[in-house]
Design a protein around this ligand. Structure first.
Ligand code: ACO
Length: 431
């Protein structure tokens, strides 16, 4: 961590405490409160961690006011346009864009780890056919620690590396198998001659009875969806991965914890919830009714795919996603897609409404991604698993950074307690 540049003064009951202030390369300064409890006997209170920096990181930076997302300094719109997912994975994991030889080596390592242990097939068969693929993913990814014992020792940098490659490589296989299982089709094995996105599409949509040609435009759109979701600094699931790994848990268990957190509708589950909402709206004439509900304080309904904890101007990923939605529907010859129509009209209506403007609520990455995925043939239940497989590299990069940080401590927040004070146990006959 950099040297303290300034000092913040905190006065409690007339007594002053000096707290060091650190400046990062971007973003607000942070006040170091680590010694505050020892010195002043107080904790800080910050539910939802809206004002708390939980780590010192060099991976991803979001400027919410400018609508900017940078991976190792590179803006996401440039990466989405000029790069591709595996190159972005390399960038996130190792800090720099790869040379051609480094990229070739990395792609070959990922490609050669895409198969999963054959015995893991039996795990899938233990689930009900109608299990949500996210439920299967949480279980199967956690279970990887039971199959890959040679990469669970987190103190060994080589084992950390092998675990990282294994997860980036196997996640598409696991997500595709979860999908195939849910529709009662045979599993399709990965193929080494295909790129990452094409391989995933083939594992999802090929059947042994017929050839499957991957359309390069769909493969590019899939790759973009992976790229746009690759990392997003200290969001809920990433913080979950960091918290789980702070205890020294193995990497597969930690990523399974991240998947569980991502599942929630306020986070990764929003893409499924958003498409379902757009379909429920159905026609543009019903938009005012849904906007009114979103604004009604007595109605828990929110416009899914709108709003973000950090972006308060626009989500740069949503722009690329909107463009991709147009391209994919065009390619597939889907003209006048009613859901896309509703999405565009809803976006226009909400942006023109002072409620959304005043609260700085804009479409987020999930607003258009569901439309693309549906057009590709994915059911809504696969939207969040696709997010999970894309985000795996972000979780792993953050996990690796954390494990090699000499300041690593087990995560252990404090609380403001308002429960009963000490009281004596009452025997059951006296209650
Ligand atoms: N529709 C209607 N009102 C909203 C919405 C929305 N989508 N989002 C926020 N608001 C309102 C809240 O009611 C609140 O109003 P108030 O100040 O009058 O009480 C205000 O805007 C601030 O909202 P918070 O929930 O405090 O903001 P927070 O930063 O905690 O939440 C979140 C961000 C969870 C993303 C929220 O905007 C939301 O629920 N959006 C819908 C779900 C969604 O799309 N999630 C995906 C996020 S992106 C991702 O995970 C990839």
């Amino acid at each position: 961590m950099a040297e303290s540049t300034k000092t913040a003064k905190l006065t409690i009951d007339g007594k002053d405490y000096d707290l060091p202030v650190y400046a990062g390369t971007s973003g607000p300064d942070v006040i170091d409160i680590r010694k505050l409890y020892g010195q002043a006997g107080v904790f800080t209170y910050d539910p939802g961690f809206t004002s708390t920096a939980s780590c010192d990181s060099t991976i991803t930076y979001i400027d919410g006011d400018r609508g900017q997302l940078l991976h190792r300094g590179y803006p996401i719109d440039q990466l989405a346009e000029k790069s591709h997912y595996l190159e972005v994975c390399y960038l996130l994991l190792y800090g720099e864009l790869p040379s051609p030889a480094q990229l070739e080596d990395f792609e070959s390592r990922v490609t050669n780890h895409t198969m999963i242990h054959e015995q893991m097939m039996y795990l899938f068969r233990g689930y009900r056919r109608d299990a949500h693929p996210m439920a299967i993913m949480v279980g199967v990814v956690g279970a990887m620690s039971a199959f890959y014992h040679d990469s669970t020792d987190i103190s060994d940098p080589w084992q950390r590396e092998v675990a990282s490659i294994r997860m980036v490589a196997k996640m598409p296989t696991i997500a595709a198998m979860a999908y195939k299982y849910s529709i009662g089709q045979p599993f399709v094995y990965p193929r080494n001659d295909l790129d990452y996105a094409s391989n995933f599409l083939r594992m999802c949509f090929a059947v042994p009875a017929a050839d499957y040609e991957v359309n390069p435009i769909l493969s590019r759109a899939m790759d973009r969806i992976f790229t746009l979701h690759a990392d997003h600094e200290q969001n809920a699931s990433t913080s979950t991965v960091r918290l789980a790994s702070s205890s020294g848990a193995n990497p597969f268990a930690c990523i399974a914890a991240g998947i569980a957190c991502l599942w929630g509708p306020a986070h990764g589950g929003a893409n499924q919830a958003c498409l379902e909402m757009l379909q429920e709206i159905g026609t543009p004439d019903r938009i005012p009714e849904f906007i009114a509900r979103a604004k009604d304080k007595d109605d828990p309904f929110r416009l899914m795919g709108f709003g973000h904890r950090v972006y308060k101007n626009f989500d740069p990923r949503a722009k690329v996603m909107k463009q991709s939605a147009d391209e994919v529907l065009d390619l597939l010859g889907i003209e006048d897609n009613p859901t896309l129509q509703v999405a565009k009209e809803l976006e226009k209506a909400a942006l023109a409404d002072p409620y959304f403007a005043d609260k700085k609520l804009f479409p987020n990455v999930d607003f258009y991604s569901g439309i693309i995925l549906e057009a590709m043939g994915f059911p809504t239940s696969m939207f969040t698993p696709i997010f999970a497989l894309s985000r795996t590299v972000g979780w792993i990069s953050q996990w690796k950074e954390m494990i090699s940080d000499p300041q690593l401590k087990i995560g252990r927040p404090r609380q403001l307690y308002h429960g009963e004070t000490l009281r004596d146990y009452v025997d059951i006959e006296n209650r």
